[in-house]
Design a binder for this molecule. Structure first.
Ligand code: ADP
Ligand code: MG
Length: 435
């Protein structure tokens, strides 16, 4: 007996014989076209179909869940109407089950030097599914847009009517275990091997999980064999994922491996502007630059800040200005910068200006060293929790008044000299993303 019939048997226990014999008995379960999230039944006529839908539709879905631990969409249709058109419609219902975020589009993705390679790769795959790079493997750090890009392709395919499965390794594993427990592996295999496009996110979590690697290997082979597009993401290059079978590792490199790097300042600014536009948050150029400069690379973190700013300003009815932004970001920045040391900052400045760190801390009065020293002092004050006396000691100065004098000078320069301001922003950006 198939699961659809078993569910009806369960229902039989709960209703009268008359009702069962008059209605439920006539339902036929379509094992072939049902999937792990769609249960398809045929009824002999509209009366029976409507009556069951209204009275027992939810109950049947519930019993399915009890029986199989799976949430399914129950469809009861007329046998005669189950032609091709109808099947297509049903297929659409299936498609909607893939959890693609509709705002993850190519249009909403800001491209810069850091991500243009990955962007171009995904974009061209989205134009020629299965034909150029298969699999396409995208890797990079947290919050850099891997999921966004992968889903952008998914959305394109879905709009073309293709059956797209988007899943994380964790969901894939859970699904696998659930089907295994229910002795329902054919369904699992059918679901994953019959889709048009398979997107698997954060594939590094396959690491050291042998049985799921085995299953995934066969899924991969089946899809690849049919020319179906596979896109994978991970936090590192396939070669660097430990505990991964050699045959999978090599297959991941068959198509194209593209990396995403942390966004540079300009791209970060473009991303913030885009997010403001999408979320209808109004920020001045100053604030946008400030956020882009102080938050290192994680775009997700930037989004968190925007919604925090927005929420606060709504709650306490204030406009978002620079002071307000700095206040809101204080804790976040402290946390991010907890490990920045004075040495790290002077080293970065020295490298940027082509001098030795020791020269910055020397007593030399030569013009370029004074310049480098002042910038270092300013950045150390901005980026660490050191007090002025501590800075005076570190930079070999008489006392805190010398530090205070320097800070004043630099602040004035930043206000009056746009180029200098940009220079400081760039340096800050470099230092805060270099850990
Ligand atoms: P990852 O999967 O690499 O950890 P995500 O794709 O989840 O990162 O991205 C985190 C957030 O940052 C998402 O909301 C995404 O829309 C946004 N994001 C990342 N990069 C960009 C970009 N270049 N343009 C627009 N939004 C981006
Ligand atoms: Mg992701």
């Amino acid at each position: 007996m198939n699961i659809g019939q078993e569910v009806l048997e369960m229902l039989k226990q709960e209703i009268t014989d008359v009702e069962y014999n008059r209605y439920i008995k006539h339902l036929k379960y379509d094992a072939k076209n049902s999937t792990s999230d769609l249960a398809l039944y045929y009824a002999p006529n509209a009366l029976v179909s409507n009556w069951i839908k209204n009275k027992y539709g939810e109950k049947i879905a519930h019993l399915f869940e009890v029986k199989s631990d799976m949430r399914v969409n129950v469809q009861i249709t007329l046998e005669s109407k189950m032609d091709k058109a109808k099947l297509k419609e049903v297929a659409k219902i299936k498609v909607q089950h893939s959890h693609l975020n509709p705002s993850h589009t190519f249009d909403n993705f800001m491209v810069g030097g850091s991500n243009q390679f990955a962007y171009a790769a995904v974009k061209s795959v989205s134009e020629k599914a299965g034909q150029i790079y298969n699999p396409l493997f995208i890797y990079g750090g947290v919050g850099l847009g891997k999921t966004h890009l992968m889903q952008a392709a998914g959305n394109v395919f879905q709009n073309q009517g293709k059956v797209v499965i988007y899943t994380t390794v964790e969901q894939f594993l859970n699904d696998f275990v659930r089907h295994l427990r229910n002795k329902n592996m054919e369904r699992f295999q059918e679901k994953y091997r019959k889709c048009d496009v398979l997107l698997i996110d954060d594939i590094q979590f396959l690491s050291n999980k042998e049985s799921i690697q085995e299953e995934f290997f066969h899924t991969f082979e089946a899809l690849k064999g049919q020319g179906k597009q596979i896109i994978l993401t991970a936090d590192k290059h396939p070669k660097k994922i430990a505990g991964l079978e050699a045959r999978l590792q090599s297959r991941f490199e068959w198509g194209l491996v593209a990396d995403i790097q942390p966004p540079e300042l300009e791209t970060k600014i473009a991303i913030i502007e885009k997010k403001c536009e999408i979320n209808k948050v109004k920020l001045t150029k100053d604030i946008i630059n400030y956020i882009a400069t102080v938050i290192d690379s994680n775009v997700r973190e930037i989004e968190g800040i925007l919604s925090k700013l927005h929420a606060y300003s709504q709650l306490i009815h204030v406009d978002i200005d620079l002071e307000f932004t700095k206040n809101i970001l204080k804790d976040q920045i402290k946390e991010n910068r907890a490990n920045l040391t004075l040495d790290m900052i002077t080293q970065n400045v020295a490298k940027d200006l082509n001098i030795k760190p020791s020269e910055i801390r020397s007593k030399s009065r030569s013009k370029n060293l004074v310049y480098a020293r002042r910038i270092s002092i300013y950045l150390c004050r901005e980026l660490t929790q050191n007090t002025m006396p501590q800075l005076a000691q570190y930079f070999g100065m008489k006392d805190h008044t010398a530090i205070s004098h320097t800070l004043k000078k630099i602040t004035e320069l930043i206000q009056n000299d746009e180029d200098f301001k940009v220079k400081i922003e760039e340096l800050t950006n470099k230092i805060t993303s270099s850990d």
